[in-house]
Design a protein around this ligand. Sequence first.
Ligand code: CU
Length: 370
Amino acid sequence: MPTALAAVLYESKKPLVIEEVEVLPPQVGEVMVRMKAAGICHSDLHVMKGDLPMPCPIILGHEGAGVVEAIGEGVTSVAPGDHVIPIWRASCGRCDFCLNGRPALCDMGTAMRFTGTMPDGQTRFRNPRGDCIRHYAGVSTFSSLSTMPEAAVVKIDPEFPLWKAALISCGVITGVGAVVYAAGVTAGSSVAVFGAGGIGLNIIQGARMVSAVQIIAVDKVASKEAHARQMGATHFVDSSLSDPVQAIRDLTGGRGVDYAFEAIGQPQPIEQAYDSLKKGGTCVVSGICRGDARAAINVNQLVYAEKTLKGTLYGSARPRVDLIRLMNLHRSGHLQLDELLTRTYRLDQINEAYAALERGEVARSLIVWD
Ligand code: CU
C-alpha cells in the first residue's frame, strides 16, 4: 500500500498532526497524484478553527499541483507522469450547472466538500491505526500523495512550473475570475477591493488586466500597501485609520465605485463594499465568512440605486478552460505570479505557515516538495 506524509486535522482548534498515512490505490475513474506544491489558503483555516465544521479526521488542502502517480480503470484524460492541477470543486460535466458554464456549483463537487469522501461515500486515506481519514474538497493537497476523481484533475503543460500552477489553482483563478467572470469589469471602470490578501491581490491584478483606471485597495494592515500597489492598486485606504466608505467617496468625486469586491470574509467589509458603490454599481463577495454570518444592507439601494450584490465561488470560472488561459496570460506577461509568493515551507512546518497567515505576514505561501 502506498504511504504518504500528510497533515491531518483530528480536531478543530488543535494543530495539524503530521503523520504517515496509507493512500489507497485509485479505483475506477480515479487518479493518484504526487503533490509538488500546495497553497496555504484561508479557507482551510476556517475548517481548522471550526468556523466551517467538517467531519474529522480529515486531510485539508485544496490548492496545489502535482504529477499523476497512478490511474484507475477507465481513466482516459491523464496518464502517469502527467502534470495536473487538482480542481477543488470537481464537476460531473453533465448537470445543468456544468452545461451552463457554472461547474463550481455542480452537486458532485459540492457533495464531496461536505461529506469529505469520494463520490462513492468512502475515503482513500487510512492512518497508522487503520482509521479512515476524510478528504477535503475531494483533493486533500496537504498529503504527498492523494487519490481523487479523474473529474478533479486538469492536465497542464509539463513545462509550466508546478509551484506557479499551485498559485493559479485557487487564489489567482478566484481573484482574477471574480473580476473577469463574476463582475465582468469593463475597461475604464473604478474598482474598490476590500482585503489585500491572497484573493484580494488577485482581484487587484484582475482589475489591472482588464484596464480598470481606478483600483482602490482597502486593508486594515498598512504594510500591505506596497504589495497592493505592485499588483496594480492605484490607491490604498487604511481602514484602521479612516472610514473606507467615506475615503472611497472622497477618491471618486463623491460618486462611489463601479465595482466593489469583498475578499476578507466578514460582514462589515461586505456592508462597506456595498455602501461604497456608485449608482448602478456591482458588489461581488468572494470571502468566506463563518457559517452563521449575516450582513445588513440597505435594501432600498438595490432598487433606487439599482445596485447589484452577488457572490462568487472559484472565480465563477470554468477551471478546465480558465486555468489553462491563466497560464497563457502569465506566459504572455499579463498575469503576475512570481510577485505573489511570499514564502515556502515544508509540510512539517504547516502549523507555522498558518500562524504566519493569521498574523497577516504573508500574501501567499506554499508547501513545496522536492
Ligand atoms: Cu484557496
